[in-house]
Structures are given as C-alpha cells and as structure tokens.
Ligand binder design. Structure first.
Ligand code: ADP
Ligand code: MG
Length: 326
C-alpha cells in the first residue's frame, strides 16, 4: 500500500492539477477512476513515459517552476521525435510535503507548456515520498507516418535542430562551474531548465525524414541509436556542429565541441533526410524558428566516424558510443 498525501491530497489535485484547457476528444478527464479519450479514426496513438528524480535528472536546487516545465518538456520532445501531435498527459507526482508554494510553481511551469501545445492533463496520482515526477504523454499521428529510428540509409544527410551542448554547460554551471559572462551563463542554465521541444519541426518532418530521435543523452549516443537500429554508420563533420556563442564564450571552442558531441538534456532533434527529399526539406524547414544544421552523412558500415581538424583528438569519444563494438 502506498502512503497517501495526508489530508491535502484532494485539495492539491483540485487546486493545482485540474486541467486549465479542455480538448473535445477528452470525454472524461481528472476526477473519475480513469480518463476516457477518443482516438480519431485514421490516427495512431503515440505513448511515452518519463520519470524525473530529484538529484538525478535535475539538480536539487532547480526552481520548482522549471521542474514542472521540464516534466512535460521531455515528453513533448519524445512526441516531436515521433512526428506526433501531443494530446493527453497523466502525471504521477511524489512530493516530500504538500508545500503550496512548490506545487503552485510546479503546476504553473507544467501548464505553461501544456496550454502552449494544446495538451490536456487528464489524470494522475499524487503521493508522498522523495521528490520525483512521472509523466505519461499520449500523442496522435496519422496511420503509418510516425518517424522511427530505423529508417536511415547510406547517403542520407544528417541534420540537427537548434544548438548542442548548451544544457550540458548549464548543468556544470548549476553544479558550481563559473563563467565571467553572466548573460551567457544565464542563457546556458535556461537551456537546461527550459528546453524547447521541437514539436512543430517533428510534425513537418513526416514523410520527409527517414529516421529521427531527440537528443536527450548527447548527439553521439542518440545518433548511435539511429545507426544501430538502421544497420549503418555515420560520418559527423565536426566543423558543422552548431554551438551557441554563449557556449563557446563560457567554455572555449574545444570544450564546446566535446559538449556538443556528448552532453545530454538539449532536447533538440537529430534526423536523417534522403537526398531525393532534400528540396522538400528545405521548403518545409524555411519557417522553423531555428535553422536546422547539416552535420554529416549516413554511410555503410558501423560506428560513428568523426571528420575535421580535431577528429583525431575526439574520435575516442565516438568509440565509446559504437554500439556494434564487441
Ligand atoms: P484513484 O484512487 O481512483 O486512483 P485518486 O484519488 O488517485 O483516484 O485520484 C483522483 C482523481 O484525481 C483521478 O481522476 C486522478 O486521475 C486525478 N489525479 C490525481 N493526482 C493527479 C495529478 N497529480 N495530476 C492530475 N490528476 C491527478
Ligand atoms: Mg490514484
């Protein structure tokens, strides 16, 4: 039996976790034993779940609003990587105490994103214990067009959205590193706390990208998943990796490159586009808020090969992510 949140469990739910916006396809939301949701004909359900544990997935000193935001943001990023339209969320939250300030700020961070992406919170569970959150997100994608990890083929071009390595530097700053440029430091920490899920970008990649993944563990690791599942290899051009000014400024060019390859938590998309679809890709990506960057090619073989001036020095990092190694 689990320990319920003292007396205030129901008031917490009612006060903070009642949906703020309503979707027509929610027949029954928070308040009954289960939610009832209508999946439209011709659509498939994309389902993901992620748990964030204090001290492990976010530093203990993270602002409650950022914890709420990130709890939903990481799942929205999974939907983006599938090309799915986010729709319904359930939230299981474990709280050390029923502190209204904490829960209020957490809920505010969560609903900012939920409202922005038209997601309705349709249920959950609220219990007492060490701080952790688990959010299940369900999204909709037309039959047969979801973006998978296994479709990359030799010759495909590899792209990423936004910039890489920022959140990794933000985490180091949270943990005590310093940067003389305060504006740059604030930017990097905001990239850690408030990642922008690339949901619209993911949707426009339907029928264009041959494979896609969101970068939660670092480019080498996540691109590693694509090539492993697709049975091929990748060549990454180090000069092409998008690093922000703020990142270069705070950690220097060499370290920036290392973070861009290995640091997680950026929640950008990495995807592959076959040559024949490049024109269409250029067209649909023209009005993305952040320019996608070409970073390399899919080739035959296995493992990831780095190309560029500092390739020799950094190839060891890629070796660690060779999923085919004996
Ligand atoms: P049950 O005992 O039937 O599981 P609960 O008492 O756990 O019901 O929850 C009551 C209602 O509140 C349910 O509809 C549940 O989905 C919803 N709920 C509980 N916690 C949350 C939460 N953190 N966010 C959203 N809905 C919640
Ligand atoms: Mg329950």
């Amino acid at each position: 039996m689990k320990t319920p949140m003292a007396l205030s469990e129901f008031s917490i739910i009612e006060r903070y976790f009642t949906a703020q916006s309503h979707r027509k396809d929610v027949l029954l939301g928070v308040g009954d034993d289960a939610a009832l949701l209508q999946v439209p004909v011709g659509m498939q359900l994309a389902v993901s779940v992620d748990t964030l544990v204090a001290g492990r997935h976010f530093p203990e000193n993270t602002a409650p609003r950022a914890i709420g935001y990130k709890t939903l943001a990481v799942s929205l990023s999974d939907m983006a990587a599938m090309g799915a339209e986010p729709a319904w969320a359930t939230l299981a939250i474990t709280l050390p105490e029923s502190d209204p300030d904490f829960v209020g700020a957490f809920a505010e961070g969560l609903f900012v994103l939920a409202n922005q992406y038209g997601v309705e919170l349709v249920g959950g569970d609220t219990v007492r214990g060490p701080l952790s959150t688990t959010l299940q997100l369900q999204g909709l994608v037309p039959d047969g067009v979801a973006l998978l990890r296994n479709g990359a083929r030799p010759g495909d071009h590899i792209f990423v959205t936004g910039s890489l390595g920022d959140a990794g530097a933000g985490l180091a700053l949270r943990q005590g590193s310093t940067c003389a440029d305060e504006g740059a430091a604030d930017y990097l920490v905001s990239r850690l706390d408030y990642p922008v899920p690339r949901v619209e970008e993911g949707k426009t990649l339907r029928g264009i990208a041959s494979a896609a993944i969101d970068i939660s563990d670092g480019l080498l690791s996540d691109l590693g998943h694509i090539i492993e599942r697709s049975g091929c290899s990748a060549e990454l051009e180090l000069d092409r990796l998008p690093c922000s000014q703020a990142l270069r400024h705070c950690v220097g060019d060499g370290e920036a490159l290392k973070l861009a390859l290995t640091a997680g938590d950026d929640y950008e998309l990495c995807f592959t586009v076959p040559e024949a679809r490049l024109d269409r890709f250029t067209e649909v990506s023209a009005d993305w808020p952040a320019r996608p960057s070409y970073v390399g090619r899919i080739v035959a073989g296995n493992g990831i090969r780095l190309v560029g001036e500092s390739a020799d020095a950094l190839q060891g990092l890629a070796g660690g992510f060779d999923h085919f190694r004996e």
